[in-house]
Design a protein around this ligand. Structure first.
Ligand SMILES: Cc1ncc(COP(=O)(O)O)c(C=O)c1O
Length: 430
């Protein structure tokens, strides 16, 4: 029997399909120590409970005229109130969408469309790609973009911001807190300067929501992006806050959903989940962030005290309570992660980009970290489920992991000349 092209391709890929299946099973069978909460979070069981009826039973379309759809509309309204409460905003200022990336894209495009006469944007060198890559694309379309620099602690210089603002600046788009280092920017001070020059102010608060108390009523922020999967809701749901009175042009055009600001039939289970997650974040924020900070500090301080030649990357005081990014000199972050993985510990390194290349993180590079630290940096990010025992487990394995890798490291201090050359090459490249 002759096989067609599709059948041949399927047979060729069977080993790959089976290996993916195997990997998935392996991951599901194990309970891991999950310290990668800035990447994504576990869905809260209460959130799952809240959304299930809208997957299983109440599948109506909230825009329908009948009662079956109407009752779903009520759930969407409640979720909007819950999200607005977390942000200190009005319900009418919340637009549900699919994720943080969509929120960032929509806010930036909307700001430019609303002010076609202005062609300048200000952002920072350390934004998430959801902002940076939009800005890069806009440069090819005739916009000019200022990428503000950061210092060794990842902080901005407000004088540089002031000097960059002109009457032509349509938008200042700056993250609340950095996903890699946790460094928190002085958002209200930035907003005041943007307002003085008549620019709109968008804040990517994907990492800040639920970790820093927010009140849009007293804020200078015009638009704010948040994402469900960073706050114990599922992936595929997010929201954009748009201050009442700010002219908004939708990214997605179609039906009149979200008051004409984001077309597409609503992801009702996701919206209900985001509402519940927002309610829980608001309920837990004080006690959870205090606890996370205590655990984070213990982890960080003990690692620094017990492992030679390592240091914290990021602002020592203006930092998210759940995040620590530590550079271990002379070794590769990816090698540390592989060892941690063997102990069932999930963390992250900023140095591998999604394309799989081993280019160092753009955030740590912008901070001007030396080559020796740039490649050996690891981020641990906690959440309200993190336990003392999990921190103890990390503390018990890290010293031996680092020691073992350093024993094999070709970068150790006797190779100082080689390192200097690498650093020089990197500086020349940047
Ligand atoms: C600061 C920041 N902005 C935007 C995003 C993108 O969010 P999403 O994954 O929901 O598209 C992320 C995700 O990691 C992030 O950390």
């Amino acid at each position: 029997m002759e096989l067609n092209v599709n059948q041949q391709s399927l047979i060729k890929n069977i080993p790959l399909i089976l290996s993916c299946y195997h990997v998935k099973l392996e991951a599901m069978q194990k309970d891991c120590i999950y310290l990668d909460n800035n990447a994504t979070t576990k869905v809260d069981p209460e959130v799952i409970e809240a959304m299930l009826p809208y997957l299983r039973d109440y599948y109506g379309n909230p825009s329908s005229m009948h009662t079956f759809g109407g009752q779903v509309g009520k759930a969407v309204r409640q979720a909007r109130e819950q999200v607005a409460a977390l942000l200190g905003a009005d319900e009418s200022e919340i637009i549900f969408n699919s994720c943080g990336t969509e929120g960032d894209n929509a806010a930036i495009r909307a700001a430019l469309l609303a002010q076609p006469e202005k062609r300048h944007i200000i952002t920072t060198q350390v934004e998430h790609p959801a902002v940076l890559n939009v800005c890069k694309q806009l440069e090819t379309q005739g916009y000019s973009v200022t990428y503000l620099s950061v210092n060794r602690q990842g902080q901005l210089d407000l004088n540089e911001l002031e000097a960059s603002l002109t009457g032509n600046t349509a938008l200042v788009t700056i993250m609340y807190a950095n996903n890699e280092t946790g460094t928190v920017f002085p958002i209200e001070q930035i907003g005041l300067r943007a307002k003085e020059r008549g620019a709109l102010f968008h804040v990517d608060a994907v990492q800040a929501v639920g970790k820093i108390p927010l009140n849009m009523k007293t804020s200078t922020i015009d638009m704010l992006t948040m994402s469900g999967h960073k706050i114990h809701a599922p992936k595929g749901i997010g929201a954009l806050y748009v201050r009442r009175g700010v002219r908004f042009r939708p990214l997605l055009i179609g039906g009149g959903q979200e008051r004409g600001r984001r077309a597409g039939t609503e992801n009702v289970p996701g919206i209900v989940a985001l509402g519940k997650a927002a309610e829980l974040e608001l309920f837990h924020i004080e006690e959870a962030t205090t606890r996370e900070k205590r655990l984070r500090d213990r982890l960080e301080q003990t690692l620094i005290a017990t492992i030679p030649e390592c240091e914290v990357n990021g602002d020592p005081t203006q930092r998210l309570p759940n995040t620590t990014n530590i550079g271990f000199k002379y070794i590769e972050g990816e090698a540390i992660l592989l060892h941690l993985n063997k102990h069932n510990i999930c963390a992250s390194s900023g140095s591998a980009c999604s394309s799989g290349s081993l280019e160092p993180s753009h955030v740590l590079r912008a901070m001007g970290l030396p080559y020796t630290i740039l490649h050996g940096s690891i981020r641990f990010s906690l959440c309200r489920y993190t336990t003392e025992a999990e921190i103890d487990a990390v503390l018990s394995v890290m010293p031996s992991v680092v020691e073992r890798l350093r024993a094999l490291s070709p970068f150790k201090s006797d190779q100082a000349n080689w390192l200097q050359q690498q650093e020089q090459a990197l500086l020349t490249k940047s």
